[in-house]
Design a protein around this ligand. Structure first.
Ligand code: ADP
Ligand code: MG
Length: 447
């Protein structure tokens, strides 16, 4: 008869708390009956018992009284796997978060340190990641990795996770994208489940949040992130964060978060250079040829790819995979001609087209100016010189005409552009600082 009551109480709860919360918290309860005035339940974990008691206890008691079943206390017994080990939950007991699954995003098995090719552009990031993975006193906290798309940020983070787990299988490592972090946060708000959310994120040893630029401008998520962040740092837990830009450059990220992130070690993954690309291609070729016996790779083809595809490693890998698949399926030898034919689209997309906008942005960044200053009519040397550099680079690196360039710089006359180009050419001879700036910018833009 009490069982029937419980059935109706369940129906009521389902209607009042909603399907998801019901599924998470009420459905797993096994009602063992009423003993005197105590209603007893078996729950999968003591954490869960605590949670239900705290959040739905009053509602359940109330519904028992509606059913005219006299209950004045609920007791939840955690069933540890087998029912043999039933232990009552004391309400003061700390939630058994330890037993909970971490909501970690899946890790890619291939993203290990062994498979990461180290070169000049990524050696610092790699060394820092290694150091963090090796544990010991937390020295770089947080470790902030940033760099453009496909340069290996996610790979390094997964590698840290693999390594930490291998060294200490009990370590609680949580890798999550910022997007997932936000999704879970919003879910927690919706289902009034902040407690679990906070406990989970605060109970880890290593927290990694990938692509953190995603939460820029999302204020309440940032706020929660900030608190999680502080709580972990205070407890000396390691945090690793990645983004596509440096903390200072992420618009819409709160200043207190930026400065917190800058307290640790901030390292960037530079765009790959030719040597690194060739190294990566060799390493990936070896791995792929093992899976496709009979395929042979011509070193000249790898060199060609490393030259021509400089955008990001993912594209490089895609090209290689396609070549090897093609050769293996059609039985054709991989030659330069074959590669050019087979990869026409990728090669065309990778042709480096520098735009004036890009040049202006890079130059403004480099000289610490705002874009609006660069395009303004101001003639102060601190602004005028960088503007001339940008015009010079626009002439050198794009196929735009002088009037077109002038228009892009706040509607200036083409003679201004001619003057700028001449001036920078002269200065490059006499002023080594300018020569260096121009060279550096050119290399960055052509990378
Ligand atoms: P990001 O997260 O920076 O956008 P990923 O870590 O996802 O880039 O890397 C993109 C792809 O390139 C992955 O398949 C990764 O394994 C590969 N990759 C990037 N850098 C390296 C490297 N140094 N050595 C080997 N593979 C790399
Ligand atoms: Mg990534």
């Amino acid at each position: 008869m009490e069982k029937n009551s419980w059935g109706r109480i369940r129906t009521e709860l389902h209607a009042s708390i909603g399907g998801d919360a019901f599924k998470n918290w009420i459905d797993p309860l096994v009602f063992d009956g009423v003993d005197g005035t105590i209603a007893r339940f078996t729950v999968p974990t003591s954490f869960m018992g605590n949670w239900v008691s705290r959040n739905y206890g009053d509602a359940i008691l109330h519904l028992f009284s509606v059913e005219e079943v006299h209950v004045d206390r609920l007791e939840f017994n955690a069933a540890a796997h087998s029912n043999a080990n039933v232990k009552p939950v004391k309400s003061a007991e700390k939630p058994a978060v330890q037993g909970k699954e971490l909501p970690s995003s899946p890790l890619d098995d291939r993203f290990t340190f062994d498979n990461f090719v180290v070169g000049k552009p990524n050696e610092l990031a790699h060394a820092a990641a290694r150091r963090v993975a090796e544990g010991g006193p937390v020295s770089f906290n947080p470790l902030f990795l940033y760099g453009g798309v496909g340069l290996g940020k996610t790979h390094l983070m997964h590698a840290i996770a693999h390594e930490v787990k291998q060294r200490n299988p009990l370590a609680r490592v949580l890798y999550i994208s910022a997007e997932q972090f936000m999704y879970r946060f919003v879910q927690a708000l919706r289902f009034k489940d902040m407690y679990t959310f906070k406990e989970l994120f605060r109970s880890v040893d290593v927290l990694m949040v990938d692509d953190v630029q995603f939460i820029a401008g999302k204020d309440s998520t940032q706020d929660e992130f900030f608190h999680t962040f502080n709580a972990l740092i205070e407890n000396n837990k390691q945090i690793i964060i990645s983004a596509d830009r440096s903390p200072g450059e992420i618009d819409g990220l709160e200043d207190r978060i930026k400065s917190r992130m800058q307290c640790g070690l901030v390292v960037d993954l530079h765009p790959t250079d030719y040597e690194l690309r060739l190294g990566i291609l060799q390493s990936k070729t070896e791995a792929q040829i093992k899976l496709n016996p009979g395929v042979e790779m011509d070193m000249r083809v790898l060199e060609f790819l490393a030259h021509r595809i400089s955008s990001n490693v993912r594209v490089l890998e895609g090209a290689l995979t396609r070549l090897i698949a093609f050769s293996s399926l059609v039985g054709r030898e991989i030659t330069l001609d074959m590669a050019q034919e087979c990869l026409t689209d990728i090669l065309r997309a990778s042709e480096r087209k520098v735009t004036i906008d890009e040049i202006q942005r890079k130059v403004a960044d480099h000289f610490n100016l705002r874009m609006s200053d660069l395009l303004s009519a101001r003639r102060a040397r601190a602004v005028a010189r960088p503007r001339q550099v940008a015009m010079f680079l626009s002439k050198m690196l794009t196929s735009k005409s002088l009037p077109e360039i002038g228009r892009k710089f706040g509607g200036r006359d083409h003679t201004t552009v001619i003057h700028a180009v001449k001036r920078i050419e002269e200065l490059k001879q006499s002023d080594s600082q300018i020569a260096e700036d121009v060279e550096l910018l050119r290399r960055m833009l052509e990378a």
